[in-house]
Design a protein around this ligand. Structure first.
Ligand SMILES: *Cc1c(COP(=O)(O)O)cnc(C)c1O
Length: 350
């Protein structure tokens, strides 16, 4: 594939303090852009990160035919650049595209463009433990038409941002029973832009009460646990790793899948099933709720220190002692960083 490349005259990488990274704030030198116009993928380009001209009629702004992905790139001690389960992100992007009535992205347009972009900006990949280069592909309609119908023309852009820990401390989460992020038959399984805009108001209300994040419940009975913010959620009850089974209202996290596979491999008992709010509280009251944590690319494993539900706060055991979360979180990080054997074949070297 031929990519037109226009590099910056001077890299900005030395201006970024890699010890003080803020999630999603500093963008690397280049971006990858390719448009889909009149049914044809146009010339892929890598150019300096910068402005894009848009008209107020840009269809994505009005009706949110817009999806994204999130993945991380690591560098090992030898300086090899490593992607984690890259094709899973690519395939999920196309599942989101299908749900939002957008044309599928061809594999070479996505994978080869991304690889070239990372190769050019590899100096932006942090090497300290727990840090990585976060990759954000975004794909959206670019018709200048405000009719409510699928657009004809689209743009894929990939930008990258060096990142450290997403949550600096164990989380306080609130079980949400009034608002929903998605429902059966909706778009919850897609990384569709509108899902996240719609989640902000209820999340803000929870933050005003001192919580960091929500735990969403099902939209019909508000009885079953769905997931958290931009993470799937897991519990350890009586030594069993319990997580809500997937459905079309939940995002199928790649971290979730990796952790379940690692847990099974370590001999930890795993249950994917419906999980009610009541059973989690009951387990807590009986002293059987040993751990709760969120799992996702941005946060990796984010321990939960406190769960608010039904007007009460339930304090978990000290997250520093979460045996399962800490063990699997560490194992996962070591595989991603090339420090442990990758027996599942998840890591792809550039
Ligand atoms: C991205 C995301 C996740 C986590 O998915 P990963 O592939 O593990 O990063 C979970 N829930 C939601 C709503 C998400 O957007």
């Amino acid at each position: 594939m031929n990519i037109q490349i226009n590099k910056v005259a001077q890299s900005r990488v030395s201006q970024v303090d890699f010890d003080k990274l803020v999630f999603g704030k500093y963008f690397s030198d280049h971006m990858y852009i390719v448009d889909f116009v009149d049914g044809v993928w146009q010339q892929p380009q890598i150019m300096p990160y910068g402005d894009m001209l848009i008209k107020p009629s840009l269809s994505a702004l009005h009706h949110a035919q817009s999806i994204f992905e999130g993945m991380k790139v690591f560098k090992n001690k030898e300086g090899d650049v490593m992607f984690f389960r890259l094709y899973d992100n690519f395939n999920r992007m196309n599942r989101s595209a299908e749900r939002m009535c957008m044309p599928p992205i061809p594999e070479n347009i996505f994978i080869e463009g991304l690889k070239k972009l990372i190769e050019i900006d590899k100096d932006w990949i942090p090497t300290q433990d727990g840090k990585a280069l976060y990759v954000r592909p975004v794909y959206f309609s670019i018709d200048e038409v405000i009719g409510v119908k699928p657009a004809e023309n689209y743009r894929l852009v990939i930008i990258t941002t060096p990142t450290g820990a997403y949550y600096p401390e164990p989380l306080k989460v609130l079980v949400e029973k009034t608002y929903s992020r998605s429902s059966e038959g909706g778009t919850g399984y897609a990384k569709a832009a509108g899902n996240y805009g719609g989640a902000m108001y209820p999340t803000k209300l929870a933050m005003e009460k001192g919580y960091h994040q929500l735990i969403w419940t099902d939209a019909i009975e508000n009885k079953y646990i769905e997931e958290s913010g931009s993470m799937n959620v897991m519990f350890v009850i009586n030594g069993v790793l319990v997580t809500p089974s997937l459905s079309n209202s939940k995002l199928a996290g790649i971290t979730r899948d990796s952790i379940l596979k690692l847990a099974i491999d370590m001999g930890i008992k795993v249950e994917e099933r419906n999980v009610t709010v009541d059973e989690v509280i009951e387990a807590h009251e009986k002293g059987q709720l040993q751990e709760a944590f969120g799992v996702g690319t941005a946060a990796n494993v984010a321990p939960i220190a406190l769960i608010g539900a039904n007007g009460k706060d339930y304090v978990l055991p000290n997250p520093a002692n979460f045996a399962v979360a800490n063990k699997i979180g560490k194992a996962l990080t070591e595989i991603k960083m090339g420090k442990a054997e990758d027996k599942f074949g998840w890591v792809i070297k550039l």
